[in-house]
Structure formats: C-alpha cells, structure tokens
Design a protein around this ligand. Structure first.
Ligand code: HEC
Length: 134
C-alpha cells in the first residue's frame, strides 16, 4: 500500500468516526420527540414547561425521583429514592408500576429498547431550565 492511499484511508476513517455519533444522536432525538407524544398528555418539557398531570421532564437525568418543586407526588414516587440515570429510567419506563409500586402514573410502559433509547436522547437535551444543551 502506497503512502498516498494510506493517508486517504486514515482521512476517510477519521471522517467516519466524526460523522457517525453526531448523525445517530440527532436521529435518535428526533425519533424520541415523536415517542414523547405518548407522554405529552401528562408531561411537559422545554422552557415554557409547567407541571400538569405529571411533573415537568426538564433536567430529568441526574435528578432524584420525586423532587420537582411544586409538584404533588404520590408517597410512592416521593419515597422511591431513585436517581434518574439512563439505566434506571429504562427500567422504569418499561413498567412504571413495577419499578415504583403505588405510583399514580397511569402508563402501561414502553417495551421497545430502541424507542427507549430514542426517548432518552430526546429528554437528555433539556437542562434544568428547559433549555436545550445542544
Ligand atoms: C396519564 C398520565 C401520564 C402519562 C401518559 C405519562 N406519565 Fe409519567 N407521570 C405521571 C404522573 C401522575 C407522575 C407522578 C407519579 C407519582 O407521583 O406517583 C409521573 C411521573 C413520571 C416520572 C417520575 C418523575 C420524578 O420526578 O420522579 C417520570 C420519569 C415519568 N413520569 C416519565 C414519563 C414518560 C417518559 C412518559 C411517556 C413515555 C410518561 N411519563 C407518561 C403521569 C403520566
């Protein structure tokens, strides 16, 4: 293999590595936005979000369960003592009543792993203030 073709390969590889994660992420978040339509009857997210039937979803990842100010949680949710990270959220959204017995969230759950990943990518964009981080 000549030096020129080696350089070309290296350049192509670098381009691939740089493109893949950004592209995949955008797509996931877009798909996740659609999936979030299943939650919108009860949850809001974004800069103008307010607590409605359920608490706002801003800054979900990294916050403790049951800690949105001004939202009236059930005892079950308030005392669940979960830290919302990707794994805990995935577990919960598959079967909310299984993860937090006694929750007042009436939602059957999402079983599809890819859909959960997409939803996670979508929700992760929103910081505590409801602004998109990227
Ligand atoms: C029919 C209404 C409803 C739907 C639909 C719904 N939720 Fe909820 N959700 C609630 C309620 C009510 C609570 C508060 C539960 C409690 O206090 O027991 C809640 C709580 C939560 C919590 C815990 C929040 C915290 O601060 O501890 C998460 C996370 C959550 N919902 C995510 C979702 C997602 C994601 C969807 C869509 C896939 C969804 N919910 C769909 C009503 C709903």
């Amino acid at each position: 293999m000549g030096l020129r073709s080696m350089k070309l390969r290296t350049a192509m590889l670098a381009a691939m590595i740089m493109c893949v994660p950004a592209g995949a992420y955008a797509q996931d978040a877009a798909a996740g936005e659609k999936s979030f339509n299943k939650c919108r009857a009860c949850h809001q997210v974004g800069e103008t979000a307010k607590n409605t039937v359920g608490p706002i979803m801003n800054g979900l990842f990294g916050r403790k369960s049951g800690t949105v100010e001004g939202y009236n949680y059930s005892e079950a949710n308030k005392n669940a003592a979960l830290m919302w990270d990707e794994a805990v959220f995935a577990d919960y959204i598959k079967d909310p009543k299984g993860k937090i017995p006694g929750t007042k969230m009436v939602f059957a759950g999402i079983k599809n792993e890819q859909e959960i990943k997409d939803l996670t990518a979508f929700l992760k964009q929103f910081g505590k203030d409801g602004k998109k981080a990227n």
